[in-house]
Design a binder for this molecule. Structure first.
Ligand code: UDP
Ligand code: MG
Length: 334
């Protein structure tokens, strides 16, 4: 019996060309529209496909909506997580459950990444290319500060990334081959910075320019604080340079201190002893105190991550997984 199911699963896998993974958190306002546009695009592409909606512990009607869509469309798979785990983990859950044999697309539900671009991705996808990532040309509806910080972040990570090149202005929106995905899924770290992990795997990739639209409805769940945390995640998961920074800062301060000491000795020798310099003493103490606290904090960031990783907990729990009903979708294909 078990073999029968295993075989059936494998057969199903090979039937599907492309899986589209969509993490959803409180997306009740946009999900129906998203699905409509996705279907229009994918039906025109003419490949067998499924869409995997991951409900990341939404507190609104997102799950009910997914269930509704499921009843109408056999090409929908859904993963309902046991609570909100955050986008990076929701995405991983979706990728874990994607059955496609050939390629997997990752896309946001809010229509900021237009589903129409998937058509171009598939067109640009060749045998010798394992990943087609979409790079933003324009970012409509995002504040100047958000664009500035995101611009700065991609430049910093490009400098610190340790030989992996994370393409600038690129989100999670991309198409991956099954081979790349299988490798990607072997990385089970808790602190996941997906944009970095995609590139860490390697393989030939191709860039596709697109215009990022404003959110269709609802509101972004990323404020500046969570973006800051994501940036920190990105930097600390891919570089130990901040730890080395502490050493360099230490060197620099000691270097300056030596010159300062020499200057004090010469000054005392030439013009005798002054009243001990309270202001300069104070500023040196405060400066060094600040640097020490900052370095401690930096070390703490890494230790915190080691602590979280060593617990080795599962990344997420699934409350329910419904697999797309391929048999019906096969009939539809014929
Ligand atoms: N998302 C998620 N879990 C979360 C937060 C967001 O699955 O905890 C999903 C969300 O539904 C959307 C995508 O991640 O499909 C991007 O989120 P959002 O639009 O809020 O981010 P932004 O586009 O502003 O970076
Ligand atoms: Mg968005």
């Amino acid at each position: 019996m078990l073999f029968f199911y295993a075989e059936m699963f494998l057969n199903m896998q090979s039937h599907i060309d492309i899986s589209i993974v969509v993490p959803c958190y409180n997306e009740q306002l946009v999900l129906a529209e998203f699905h409509k546009r996705l279907c229009a695009v994918m039906d025109a592409v003419g490949r067998t496909w499924e869409v995997v909606y991951v409900n990341d512990g939404s507190t609104d009607q997102t799950l009910a909506l997914i269930r509704d869509l499921e009843r109408q469309d056999a090409r929908i798979s859904s993963v309902n997580l046991s609570r909100n785990f955050g986008k990076e983990i929701a995405l991983t859950a979706g990728l874990d459950h994607a059955c496609a044999a050939k390629g997997v697309v990752v896309i946001d539900a809010d229509l900021q990444d237009p589903p129409e671009v998937i058509r171009d991705m598939i067109a640009a996808w060749a045998d010798d290319v394992d990943m087609v990532y979409a790079r933003r040309r324009l970012r409509k509806g995002e504040s100047f500060l958000k664009r500035l910080t995101s611009w700065g972040f991609y430049r910093v990570i490009a400098k610190l990334g340790n030989r992996i090149v994370i393409p600038p202005d690129t989100g999670d929106f991309r198409l991956m081959s099954r081979r790349l995905l299988n490798d990607l899924l072997q990385m089970r770290e808790r602190h996941r910075f997906m944009k970095g992990l995609f590139c860490w795997v390697g393989y030939p990739s191709k860039e596709l320019l697109y215009d990022r639209a404003p959110r269709l409805d609802g509101k972004t769940s990323f404020n500046y604080w969570s973006l800051w945390n994501l940036a920190l995640e990105g930097i600390t998961s891919f570089s130990v340079f901040p730890l080395q920074l502490a050493t360099y800062l230490g060197f620099f301060v000691s270097f300056v201190a030596v010159f300062y000491g020499v200057w004090i000795i010469i000054n005392t020798a030439l013009s005798g002893s002054h009243v001990p310099g309270y202001p300069s003493l104070m500023s040196v103490i405060l400066f060094l105190g600040g640097i020490q606290l900052m370095t401690l904090g930096l070390v703490g960031e890494y230790i915190g991550r080691i602590f979280n990783e060593t617990k080795n907990r599962p990344l997420y729990f699934v409350e329910a997984y419904h697999q797309a009903n391929f048999i019906v979708s096969d009939k539809e294909e014929i």
